[in-house]
Design a protein around this ligand. Structure first.
Ligand SMILES: Nc1ncnc2c1ncn2[C@@H]1O[C@H](COP(=O)(O)OP(=O)(O)OP(=O)(O)O)[C@@H](O)[C@H]1O
Length: 298
């Protein structure tokens, strides 16, 4: 690979990448022939850079948190010619980088990126939006909606779960209609999570064994959110306890590559931690749509 572009949001995650920027720049300059470093100043900058320049480079690196990665993959996924993509983690959770075994220490992650181990990964799509980690309605969207920014900065990912526990006790069920090849549902529910990656909120929750190359989502419907499920999510046991085809009264787990979802009242959609719009929605897998750099685990 010759041409590399790094889009970096140095404000992400309490400026985690800012102090390493010089080292990152020097190291990339040593290894690759042509390196462009682009620092974003505000939301939308990353998207514009991708639309203008991504097709010209061999490797595109997103440096920042999940918000930055989300913006960049949403500009990257619709392109015809997509460069290899890598994440230099710089936020609080960095969920997909964790799924790919990328170190959370920026300079270690950079060395993994330089090694260029690649794999093709599935990407989630609904409407014109793309996601790597998850798509969800119900409790999951309320967690993000009610997340106190000050709390998030201080407590990081723990605040995500503190918030979840608050919400489990006051969540209201909604009517959920879901159809897929594998499973249909038409009842009250409190949570629907459609997962691609295995990390959510910085830990391996909901779907610890998710496979990002299988062309399928892991889907979880929780009819009634109880504290025991929160404990399971924290212990990342859901998938083990509820394998395919085994149905529990309150919790349903299955896998599919496409599902249609509607809800009453309409529900806010949380997609990789971002709010975009409301149900109804069709969510589908784009199998092995992005070639990404992963970190080898010992
Ligand atoms: N220089 C910048 N200053 C402020 N906001 C930026 C800048 N560059 C990009 N953004 C926008 O800031 C938003 C949040 O970025 P990001 O998620 O990467 O950081 P974070 O919120 O600190 O990380 P995390 O979500 O993991 O906590 C994104 O929507 C991104 O487009």
């Amino acid at each position: 690979m010759k041409k590399v572009a790094l889009i970096i949001n140095i404000q992400a995650g309490k400026q985690k990448l800012a102090q390493e920027l010089e080292k990152v720049e020097a190291r990339l300059g040593k290894v690759f022939k042509e390196v462009t470093i682009y620092q974003t100043k505000q939301e939308g900058d990353g998207k514009r850079f991708v639309e203008k320049h991504a097709e010209e480079v061999d490797l595109l690196i997103a440096g920042g948190g999940d918000g930055t990665v989300f913006e960049i993959i949403n500009a990257l996924a619709p392109l015809k010619k997509r460069p290899v993509f890598a994440i230099l983690p710089g936020g609080t959770c960095n969920d997909f980088s964790r799924t790919l075994g990328i170190s959370q220490k920026p300079l270690e992650a950079l060395e993994q990126i330089i090694k260029q181990k690649r794999m093709s990964v599935d990407v989630g799509k609904y409407g014109e939006n793309y996601f790597l980690n998850f798509w969800g309605i119900g409790i999951i969207s309320k967690v993000a909606e009610e997340m106190d920014e000050a709390n998030k900065q201080v407590l990081g990912r723990i605040s995500y779960y503190l918030n979840t526990s608050k919400i489990v006790f006051k969540n209201e069920a909604f009517s959920l209609k879901l159809s897929s090849k594998e499973f249909d549902f038409d009842e009250k529910a409190e949570l629907l999570v459609v997962g691609n990656g295995s990390f959510l909120g910085g830990i391996q929750s909901f779907f610890p064994n998710a496979d990002v190359q299988d062309g399928k989502f892991d889907v979880l419907i929780v009819k009634e959110a109880k504290l025991k499920y929160l404990k399971k999510w924290l212990e990342a046991k859901i998938q083990d306890d509820y394998p395919e085809n085994e149905k529990d009264d309150d919790i349903i787990y299955f896998r599919t590559n496409r599902l249609e979802v509607s809800a009453s009242p309409e529900q806010n959609i949380d997609c990789d931690g971002e709010f975009l719009n409301q149900t109804p929605a069709t969510v589908e897998v784009l199998p092995k749509h992005l070639e990404m750099i992963y970190g080898e685990t010992e």
